[in-house]
Design a protein around this ligand. Structure first.
Ligand code: SF4
Ligand code: SF4
Length: 115
């Protein structure tokens, strides 16, 4: 049983293996399989290695959903990493989150991921 953690992403339930821009609803449609613009973060984002504090699962958005004033990557907490899940987070102990003091699974994630 997993205790409620704010914005906890149950990857087994969602059919995901990671929490990257490529599965985020804020990414805008792009002809590239690797890079795309984001609706709320400046510049191009990496679909395969990028993520930020505003990740939310969903299909790509159309370009008209882009915000007029996007935040910088630094403000969004944007990072490039190979794997963004509980097991690669600084708060992770074996099957336990030291930040939220709750049981977690190594392949899941939440908005507070940090390395
Ligand atoms: S930069 Fe953040 S908000 Fe934009 S697509 Fe990536 S995870 Fe989503
Ligand atoms: S280990 Fe990290 S990513 Fe996982 S729930 Fe805790 S803070 Fe969130």
């Amino acid at each position: 049983m997993v205790r409620k953690i704010p914005l906890y992403v149950d990857h087994s339930k969602d059919g995901l293996t990671d929490t990257k821009c490529g599965t985020c609803a804020m990414r805008l449609t792009s002809p590239s399989a690797r890079f795309a613009p984001c609706a709320i973060v400046e510049q191009q984002i990496s679909l395969l290695r990028g993520t930020c504090n505003y990740w939310i699962k969903g299909p790509a958005s159309s370009p008209d959903k882009a915000s007029g004033s996007k935040m910088t990557k630094e403000t969004a907490g944007y990072v490039l990493r190979d794997k963004v899940v509980c097991s690669t987070c600084m708060h992770y102990g074996p099957n336990y989150c030291k930040l939220w003091q709750a049981k977690v699974r190594p392949g899941d994630c939440c908005i507070a991921w940090e390395d």
